[in-house]
Every structure is written in structure tokens, then in C-alpha cells.
Write a protein that binds this ligand. Sequence first.
Ligand SMILES: NC(=O)c1ccc[n+]([C@@H]2O[C@H](COP(=O)([O-])OP(=O)(O)OC[C@H]3O[C@@H](n4cnc5c(N)ncnc54)[C@H](OP(=O)(O)O)[C@@H]3O)[C@@H](O)[C@H]2O)c1
Length: 267
Amino acid sequence: MPSYVIVGASRGIGHEYLRVLSADQSNTVVGTVRNIADAEERAKTEGWKNVYLVPGDLTDYKSMYAAADEVSKITDGKVDYLVINGAFISKQSADMAPTAFIGKEEFLKADAATSFETNFLGPVFAINAFLPLVKNGSVKKIIVVSSGMADTELVRSAGIAEALTYSASKSAVNILVAKYSVELKKFGITIIALSPGLVDTSEGKKPTPEEMVKYQLIANQLKSYAPNFTGPISTEQSVKAQLSVIGNLTIEQSGDMISHLGNKQWL
Ligand SMILES: NC(=O)c1ccc[n+]([C@@H]2O[C@H](COP(=O)([O-])OP(=O)(O)OC[C@H]3O[C@@H](n4cnc5c(N)ncnc54)[C@H](OP(=O)(O)O)[C@@H]3O)[C@@H](O)[C@H]2O)c1
């Protein structure tokens, strides 16, 4: 009876993790969410039998310890797979290259603070809170969802100067994963940073004309890096590919950042 905890599971890729994992009745699946009322309302329409929701905010370490306590009661004190998915993906700075912050330094400070608090400190809070449960698990795998945007090779070869704060906070994920891998090896715990690919999380919402123009520009930019790239994959494609990578992980890979394809190809 494998147990999975998905931290940050209200929508997008996190919600899809719950959906895909719920299909196997032998799984016990827990999603942590910031807004439990909204998530429970949404869950009603899914008809899940093996999915539990508990409150938790990555930026609030006390809520992560409380979530781990609640999960422990559900899973009998153990967690096999801990997936930290939630992140602050700043919309306001998504198209800002470094010099775009000239004259906007106060915004930069706030945007960087939220990005690092959620995307760097959040995984540290979550891992430290859930670690006793992971140690008790039989699989002992920790996944922190990262991004190809944190790969300096992708940034240089595809020419992506934008999304400075988000990318920097995700590159911090990569170093924290490497540090934990060194410390946790003696417990037989494997931890990786996993990029999910470029994923359409619009959930059927039509993009605005401005978003369409932006997406086209991004697609053109990415084609130079990955000529076979045809566009974003669905959340289902991404999660199924991620689960396949997670299933095949070995402790030798611990500390690395890899993609949903199991290698360093991010698209
Ligand atoms: N989509 C892509 O193409 C792509 C590419 C590379 C990497 N990623 C990574 O994939 C992961 C999921 O992204 P997504 O595309 O599914 O994004 P999304 O649809 O915007 O969902 C973000 C999720 O993070 C949660 N979250 C935000 N702040 C949180 C906090 N303080 N505590 C707990 N949860 C929090 C959100 O919960 P609320 O509903 O409460 O806001 C939501 O469930 C992220 O780590 C992202 O960086 C995505």
C-alpha cells in the first residue's frame, strides 16, 4: 500500500498528481493545500476514495509540521513518496529580464522574497517536517519539483533572460536537493529535483490575445533549443512521465536535477 504526499496539490500539476495516483486503489494519497474548503469542494466532483486533503502552506513551517502530524494519522506514521510541488510562479516578473528591475527595486525585493520564501524555504520546511515519516517509509523517495528555467545551459542556449526571480529560486532548489542528498544518504533516502516539462495548466481556460502572443514568442525561442518541440504537454502527460521517472529512480541519482524524460532534456 504505497503512500504519497503531494505538497501544494490544489490545482495544476499537483492536482493532477492526486487524480492520476487515485486511479490505483492500493495507493494512499494525501494532498496538502492552502485553502482546504475550496479543495474539498473540488474533490467532491472527483469521487476519490483514496485521496485525503490536509491544510498546509509552504511558507508557514508550523503548518508543515501540523500537516505531517495529520498525515501520520492517515498513513500510520510513514510516507513512501514525498512530492513537493507547490511554488510561487510570479506572473508579474515572468517577462522581466534583470535590467527591467531598474527603478523597480522595491518590487524586485518583494518578488524575490516571496519567490525564495515559497520555492526555497518552503521545500526545506516541508522536507524537515515530513522527514520522520519518510524515514519510516519503505520506498524513501523525496521529489522537489523544479524547472528547466534553473538550468544555466538552457538559459544560455535558448536565450531566456526573463523570469529572473522565479528561475533563481528554482536554482536554489537544486542546491538544497544536492545538500539533502549528501545528508540523507545514510538513511537510504533518494531525493531529486524534477522538472515537469513545459506543461499546460490552464485547465481549459482560453488564453487572452496577449497571452497568445507571449506563448508564440516563447515557442519560437524554445524551438532554437529543442527543434522537435511542438508545444506544452498536458498535466496528465507530465505527471505520468514524472511518475515513471520517480519509479525508476536509484539512490545513485540522488542530489541531481532531471526532467520528466529522465535526463537533462527539459522539453
Ligand atoms: N507548468 C509548467 O510548465 C511548469 C514548468 C516548470 C516547472 N513547473 C513547476 O511545477 C510545479 C507546479 O506548477 P503548476 O504549473 O502546476 O502551477 P500552478 O497551476 O500555478 O499551481 C501552483 C500550485 O502551487 C501551490 N502553491 C502556491 N504557493 C503555495 C504555498 N505557499 N504553499 C503551498 N502551495 C502553494 C498553489 O496553491 P494555491 O491554489 O493555494 O495557490 C497551486 O496548487 C511548480 O513547482 C512549478 O514551478 C511548472
